[in-house]
Structures are given as structure tokens and as C-alpha cells.
Design a protein around this ligand. Structure first.
Ligand SMILES: CC(C)(COP(=O)(O)OP(=O)(O)OC[C@H]1O[C@@H](n2cnc3c(N)ncnc32)[C@H](O)[C@@H]1OP(=O)(O)O)[C@@H](O)C(=O)NCCC(=O)NCCS
Length: 405
């Protein structure tokens, strides 16, 4: 049996969507869902695997920008819709699709590739590393409020469904990029994230904070449901989908707004930054529980030279020379000298040697070089170089993507 892996033609998108849905244990889209999803297929480079006339695998990408330390936004292949039919797994079809996507990103001169993984054992072999994590949290508002630092003056407004998209889409772009790892959002994602609030199919709301001049400077998107089984009276349980603001005091004021909502006895959020500011501001920090911490953003440097030169580095006592090996992208093999002024290619003897997965994980400044070396992922000629790399690369706040795709 020969499996053909190639670009998906527009007339084949629905077959590809069916194959991807079955791979993800979802029903293939009905006509209504398909009509809704088709525009997002039209604008995404897509590759599929064919066994005769049957689509047996698919992978595609959205073209976005990722914010990196220092604030530059680098072109990124946001890999998505990866799946191979259960009947055709473990025959290297997934590998061929991933290699096609990486090659496509290279040909488009993209700097990074990024993804969210269904399972954490799949993507290291293609050079992706865990560059950012998130926390699932449970919050008891009666313990964490009042929140220290929630000092922003201004006002709150709950958006009408008809204005949600027009307000939130530009506001996200204006306020989200303060953390490395944040990405620009295609409108189809924003529509999907906010659909329940826009269509009023659930008790889903968007509250916006306005500064003293009336300009929006932050928002929270949340759902509330009744817990009818609560002892005595039903209580409200809230879920926070997103909370973003231009400044810390506005972010904390939005939290305080949520904690002040009558009838809501608890809040949950599944994808908060690990260093969530509100935890530090909580009156009783134990009222904010991190239930789990998990890999969020998997990153891969497609063009390591541009990536290393476009981020900034912290002041450090010296420089470090890092040698990179990348079996899939030949141009990424080589060494870079990195100090507080930046990165440049060099023929100097390396202090640290890494593979592409490890450098991609460390690139946004989340994981520690010392810790990575502890696992054998970094070969170091001396421990000082690891400490220097940690100082140069570290980024606070920690990387967080916040977009599921
Ligand atoms: C993930 C998936 C696309 C891999 O496709 P595939 O065609 O089976 O992948 P390959 O045959 O190219 O596998 C390459 C390697 O990855 C390993 N691998 C792939 N998926 C794996 C998984 N889920 N668990 C463990 N190992 C996995 C294979 O064992 C193989 O290892 P080897 O090189 O040591 O032999 C496929 O398993 C799938 O569709 N899974 C369900 C949907 C899904 O999770 N999609 C990813 C969304 S982010």
C-alpha cells in the first residue's frame, strides 16, 4: 500500500476534516458545523495523507505571530488538526505530515512553529519542546478577597452580544502581548472562544474595564452555572475563560469584580499562567489552589538564527556559546555566541550543546538551563556557563500562550 502525503486541495477539505474528527474521537462535522468551519480551512496551509481515494491523515497550520522576550513578534506556524485514522497509525504517516509542515514553514520563511499537544509523548521527536505551562486552579472568593493591588479606578461594563467580537478582538491584541508566548489570534479563533457569549447559548459573559477616560483596558470572559446539589440552597459556580488587562492594577480589579459577584461561591479556570498575579495579591493565598500544572505551549525554532537574534537577553557577567543540532532543518546546525547585547553565529568552542527540542523549550525563558542540564538535555563544559545561560534567557512574567488551537 502506498500512502500519498501532499497538500490538500480545497475540494478535499471536508474529507480531511472527517478523517481528523475520527482521529480525535469526534463525530465528523454535520452540514451546519461544516459551513461554520469552512472559512478557517480556506486560509490554512493543509497537508493530508491518502490511501487511494480515502483521506487517512491530516495536519494543518494557522499563520500567526508569537511574542518573544523583548516584545518582538515572530512569524509562527501554529500547527493544528493533526490526526491519522486508527486504521493507519504507526506507519510513519504522522511523521510524514509533521515533516511536510516543518518544511512548509521553512519555505515560507517562518521563524517558529507552535502547537498544543493532545498527548505529551508525540512531538519531541519533531524538535518541539515545552516552552510554557499552565495551571488549572480553583478559587474560593471568600478567602482570596479583598485582593491587594486591585486599585485601578474606572468602570466596568458587561458587553452586549452584538458588540463582543468588535470590542474583544482588538482589545486582546492590545493587552495580551505583555507575556512571551502570546500569539496573534485569527478572528475565527476569537469567534470560537466567544461563541457561547455571542449566541447566548450559555450563561456566558464578557465584562470590560474602562479607564478613567473611558478607554477599554482589560476584560474577563466567564461562565456561571447553578450547582443544584449544593447543601441548603443552590450556589453559583463560576468558570473563567480569560482575564487580560493592560496593567497589573486593572488585572487585579477585574479579579476583584469577579470575587464580588453575589451568589458565586467558587471559581475555576483551567488554563491560568503558573505565576498568576492574583495569587500574590490574595488576602489568603491558600484560597487560590493550583490543582494541576501541565505543558501548554510546545515550541520549535524553524529559523534558529533569526529567533535567537530577535529576542532580547538580560544583563549577565559574560557570554555563553551554545551549539545546536537539528536533524530536520539543516540550516539550524551551528553555534551562537550570546550575551546581553544579543546573539550571533560563531565558530568558537561551545560551552553548551543542545538539540533543537531543548533550545526550543528554553527559548522563551521559562525552563532553567541548570535544571535541563540536570536531566542530561544540555551538555555543559562548565556549570558557570549554565548559570550565565539562565541569567541571559530568564523571562518574567513566565511564558504563557492562552490560546487553544
Ligand atoms: C498522533 C498521531 C497523529 C500519530 O500518527 P502516526 O501516523 O501513528 O505516527 P507515526 O507512525 O509517524 O509515529 C511516529 C512515532 O511516534 C510514536 N507515537 C505517535 N503517536 C503516539 C502516541 N499517541 N503515543 C505514543 N507514541 C506515539 C510512534 O510510536 C512512533 O514512534 P517510533 O518512531 O519510535 O516508532 C496519531 O496517533 C493520532 O491521530 N492520534 C490521535 C489524534 C491525536 O492525538 N492527534 C494529535 C493532536 S495534537
Amino acid at each position: 500500500m502506498t500512502i500519498d502525503v501532499r497538500s490538500t486541495l480545497p475540494g478535499e477539505f471536508r474529507q480531511a476534516a472527517n478523517a481528523f474528527s475520527i482521529a480525535l474521537l469526534d463525530p465528523p462535522p454535520n452540514d451546519e458545523r461544516w459551513a461554520r468551519s469552512l472559512p478557517s480551512w480556506d486560509e490554512t496551509p493543509s497537508f493530508s495523507a491518502w490511501d487511494g481515494n480515502t483521506c487517512v491523515g491530516h495536519a494543518s497550520t494557522f499563520l500567526v505571530d508569537t511574542t518573544v522576550p523583548g516584545g518582538a513578534r515572530l512569524s509562527t506556524s501554529a500547527v493544528t488538526r493533526v490526526g491519522v485514522l486508527p486504521t493507519h497509525r504507526r506507519q510513519r504517516i504522522g511523521t510524514r505530515l509533521m515533516e511536510a509542515l516543518i518544511d512548509d514553514a521553512r519555505q515560507r520563511d517562518l521563524v517558529l512553529a507552535s502547537l498544543r499537544a493532545s498527548e505529551a509523548v508525540i512531538y519531541r521527536r519533531y524538535g518541539f519542546g515545552v516552552a510554557g505551562e499552565y495551571a488549572a486552579v480553583r478559587i474560593d472568593p471568600s478567602r482570596v478577597a479583598p485582593v491587594r493591588g486591585a486599585t485601578a479606578s474606572g468602570s466596568f461594563r458587561i458587553l452586549e452580544p452584538t458588540e463582543i467580537l468588535d470590542v474583544v478582538a482588538p482589545l486582546y491584541e492590545r493587552v495580551a502581548h505583555q507575556r512571551p508566548g502570546r500569539i496573534t489570534r485569527p478572528l475565527v479563533w476569537t469567534e470560537r472562544y466567544l461563541r457561547a457569549a455571542i449566541e447566548r447559548t450559555e450563561p456566558s459573559f464578557v465584562v470590560v474595564h474602562h479607564d478613567a477616560t473611558g478607554r477599554p483596558d482589560g476584560y474577563a470572559h466567564y461562565n456561571v452555572k447553578w450547582n443544584e446539589a449544593a447543601p441548603q440552597m443552590p450556589t453559583g459556580e463560576g468558570e473563567i475563560h480569560e482575564l487580560l488587562a493592560a496593567a497589573d492594577d486593572v488585572e487585579l480589579a477585574l479579579w476583584q469584580y469577579l470575587f464580588d459577584l453575589d451568589l458565586v461561591a467558587s471559581w475555576e479556570a483551567s488554563e491560568r499562567p503558573v505565576d498568576d498575579l492574583v495569587k500574590l495579591g490574595a488576602r489568603d493565598p491558600r484560597g487560590y489552589q493550583q490543582i494541576s500544572i501541565q505543558d501548554e505551549q510546545w515550541l520549535r525554532l524553524i529559523d534558529a538564527d533569526t529567533a535567537l537574534r530577535r529576542r532580547t537577553y538580560n544583563q549577565a557577567s559574560g557570554a555563553v556559546v551554545i551549539r545546536l543540532s537539528d536533524p530536520l532543518v539543516q540550516a539550524n546546525n551551528g553555534s551562537w555566541r550570546i550575551d546581553a547585547d544579543g546573539a550571533e553565529r560563531t565558530d568558537d568552542v561551545p560551552d553548551l550543546s543542545v538539540d533543537i527540542e531543548t533550545l526550543s523549550a528554553a527559548y522563551l525563558g521559562g525552563p532553567s538551563w541548570v535544571a535541563l542540564a540536570g536531566t542530561g538535555a544540555v551538555e555543559a563544559t562548565n556549570r558557570e556557563a549554565l548559570a550565565t545561560a539562565d541569567t541571559l534567557f530568564a523571562s518574567r512574567p513566565l511564558p504563557h500562550c492562552g490560546s487553544f488551537f
